[in-house]
Structure formats: C-alpha cells, structure tokens
Design a binder for this molecule. Structure first.
Ligand code: V1P
Ligand code: CA
Ligand code: ZN
Length: 380
C-alpha cells in the first residue's frame, strides 16, 4: 500500500452515475451535463478503465443523506418541484432561488441525488481505505447553500463529502481551482478549524458570486482556516502554477491534512465560454498532479466548465494523471468524434493567448506574501 511503499501506484476509484450526462438545464443554459458523457467516453476510449481499480455506478444519495447538510424544507421542495407544477410553487421557487441560474428542469432532483451520491460514495471509499484516490467528475457543485440553490448548483455534494470524511479524518483540506469562488464550501466550514478551504478564483467584486476577497480568513475557531487567492483575467500557466504550488505547499505543511478534496472546475481553462483565464489543459492537470504527490487520501471532483469539448479533454487528461498513465495526444475514436474535430482530434489543443493577462508579478507577489503571513497563525 501507499504507506509501505510511497512509490507504488495509488488505488484509484472512479464514480460515474449512469445517466447523469443525459440531464438538461435548458436550451440556452451554459451548464451542460453532456460534458460528463463526453468525458466518460474519452476515459473509456483511452482504455483508462483498465488502469482504474474500480469503476462504480453509485446509488443516488437519499433524502436523509442530503439533509446531513441541507435544510429539510429545501430538500423537500427539490424533491417535489417539477416543470409541470412550478406555476403553483412560484413562492417557494423564489425562496429557494431556483430561478435563472438554477432553473427547474425535469428530473432535476434525480440529477442532484446522482452527483451527490457519487461524491458521498467516493468519500466513504476513502475513509474505509478501499482506495487512495476517488474521482467524481459529476460533482464539485460548490455554490449550493444549506437552504438555497446558487450558480447552477442545487445540492452541495462537496460539503456532504467533507462531512463524511470528517467522521474519520481530523483535518480535511479543500482546494478549488474552478474560476469561481468556492463560496458554498467556504461558508459551510467558515467556523471550523478541521476543514481548511483554499479557493483560487477570478475576483473583481462583480464577477459571480462576488465573494472571496484576500482578507476573508474564516471566523471564531475557524479563523485562519480559510484562504482566498483572488486573481484577474488572463492569468497564464506560469503565473498560475507558481502561485498554486507555493500556496498549496505552504498550506499542506502548516495544516497537515489527513485527506484532501480537490474541485477541478475546468472553467479556469483558456477559451471557456464563461471564464477568462488562460490556462492550458497541461497546467490545469499539473495542479492535480501536484496535489496527488502529497500521497494523502484524495477526493477529486469536477465543477464548472462551459466549453464542453475542452472540459472533457481536461478531465480525461486528469484521470490519466491520477492513475499515473501517459496517454497519447491523439484522441481515441468515439461516437462523439464531431465534438473534437476543432483540434484534429487532439487531447491538448492550443487554448492560451486569447485574453490579455491582467495579473502582474507584483500583484501575485503581494498575494503570496499575504498568504504566507496568514499561514504563520496555523503553525503555533
Ligand atoms: O452572473 C450571474 C448572476 C445572474 N445574474 C443576476 C448575476 N450568474 C452566473 C453564474 C455562474 C455560475 C458558475 C458555476 C460554477 O462555479 C460551478 C458549477 O462554475 C452566470 C453567468 C456568467 N457569465 O457568469 N449565469 C449565466 N452566465 C447564465 C447564462 C445563461 C443562462 C443562464 C445563466
Ligand atoms: Ca475557485
Ligand atoms: Zn465556475
């Protein structure tokens, strides 16, 4: 095992709820669960299933499991509302913020139970020691609050998975590389010193969700157990990797997590439909590899990502990184070939150089120094 031989390959489990990718938020909505079907097709097409120890079709989370974090009234509403009865439920729909970003769509509750069930199952396989790394690309919906939907997220599978890890793990580190602030997870553990949350995101005050400034640090016993790394448009591979590795290395040293949850939102890639960073798939994957190398039980989740051909390339590449397999740049032939024609069916298309980099070495240096100083409070 890892403890006996830290150089052996980790045991990797992969959670894919069958049918999760067939859900639709609506015609004009940027969140496309079909990206999960594309990802799974590429993962299987590359033959990575032979390098993964277990592939699970996890059971959907139960209402009771969802209520480990969420309000009963909110989950009760999610379980009842449908496109057909929504006119009678207008008041509750507004109360629980199921409008615009978070529309009511058919089988929405089943979709929620699926992605949350997979993250909870991943956490359980980690705590039982059945695997070293658990992957759920359908999870990572970091904006959902205890009693309301937000930013395409209805239930917070990340919070539910962390609560499961906390049953056996004294300290859980949460890392979020989605371009958006991981506000829902931060809020859930803002007052906890057992969960440290670190989000890298675009922060302008305007950009959704508007939170995540450098000086939000946690409160009460959770003070100093929350880090925010606010960044600007166009950040490139070199700058992102430098600040990511510095912050995460120092955080792991100071906090000594017994497990890590990594949200891999792919809207931080260049050419994303909603995002404006400039990362390549190689650099996004290098963040994943950097976290993997700590050899701490690791739950890897999806998140945002709106240029779906690149989302599926990215998460396929990261699946290979996690199992320690080198895969060719030539994509395998699948029934989804037309999606990947843009790059002549390559895994690593050029994504960078389209947005001007608004970050400067000086601005990143200032953030790095500030975070180093915050982490000193943890050492004592
Ligand atoms: O900007 C907003 C709100 C809606 N306005 C009143 C302000 N919402 C964003 C939500 C982004 C959610 C990101 C989720 C994640 O972090 C995790 C899965 O990636 C938004 C945007 C945007 N450009 O930021 N909503 C939409 N676009 C949208 C567009 C078309 C239809 C529905 C929503
Ligand atoms: Ca983030
Ligand atoms: Zn996002």
């Amino acid at each position: 095992t890892e403890h006996v031989n830290p150089h052996s390959r980790p045991i990797v489990s992969y959670f894919f709820p069958k049918g999760v990718g067939e859900h639709h938020y609506g015609e004009r909505h940027p969140m496309k669960p079909h990206r999960l079907t594309l990802t799974n097709a590429l993962v299987m097409g590359y033959g990575l299933d032979k390098q993964i120890h277990h592939i699970y079709n996890p059971r959907p989370a139960t209402q009771e499991e969802l209520e480990m974090y969420h309000d009963h009234d909110y989950i009760d509403f999610l379980s009842r509302v449908t496109p057909n009865n929504q006119n009678d439920m207008r008041h509750l729909i507004d109360t629980f913020n199921c409008v615009e970003d978070c529309p009511i769509f058919s089988e929405m509750y089943d979709f929620c139970r699926m992605y949350a069930g997979a993250s909870i199952a991943g956490a359980r396989k980690l705590t039982s020691g059945a695997c070293d790394i658990a992957i759920n690309w359908s999870g990572g919906l970091h904006h959902a609050k205890r009693g309301e939907a937000s930013g395409f997220c209805y239930v917070n599978d990340i919070v539910l998975a962390i609560l499961e890890l906390l049953r056996f793990h004294p300290r859980v580190l949460y890392i979020d590389i989605d371009i958006h602030h991981g506000d829902g997870v931060e809020l859930a553990f803002y007052h906890s010193n057992r969960v440290m949350t670190v989000s890298f995101h675009k922060y302008t005050g305007e950009f959704f969700p508007g939170t995540g400034k450098l000086d939000d640090n946690g409160a009460n016993i959770g003070k100093h157990f929350c880090l925010n790394v606010p960044l600007q448009d166009g950040i490139d591979d070199d700058m992102y990797l430098t600040i990511f590795k510095t912050v995460i290395e120092d955080t792991v040293t100071a906090f000594r997590p017994t497990s890590i949850v990594l949200q891999c939102g792919a809207d931080s890639l260049g050419c994303d439909r909603l995002g404006a960073f400039n990362l390549s798939i190689a650099a996004h994957g290098e963040c994943v590899n950097f976290v993997r190398k700590f050899n701490v039980p690791l739950l890897v989740l999806g998140g945002g990502g709106y240029t779906i051909k690149n989302v599926s390339r990215c998460w396929t590449y990261e699946t290979a990184v996690l199992v320690g397999a080198a895969i060719p740049d030539e994509l395998p032939a699948t029934v989804y070939d037309p999606f990947f024609r843009d790059s002549q069916w390559k895994l690593h298309p050029p994504l960078t150089g389209r947005v001007e980099n608004q970050n400067s070495p000086a601005s990143l240096q200032r953030i790095t120094i500030s975070i180093r100083n915050k982490l000193r409070y943890l050492q004592g």
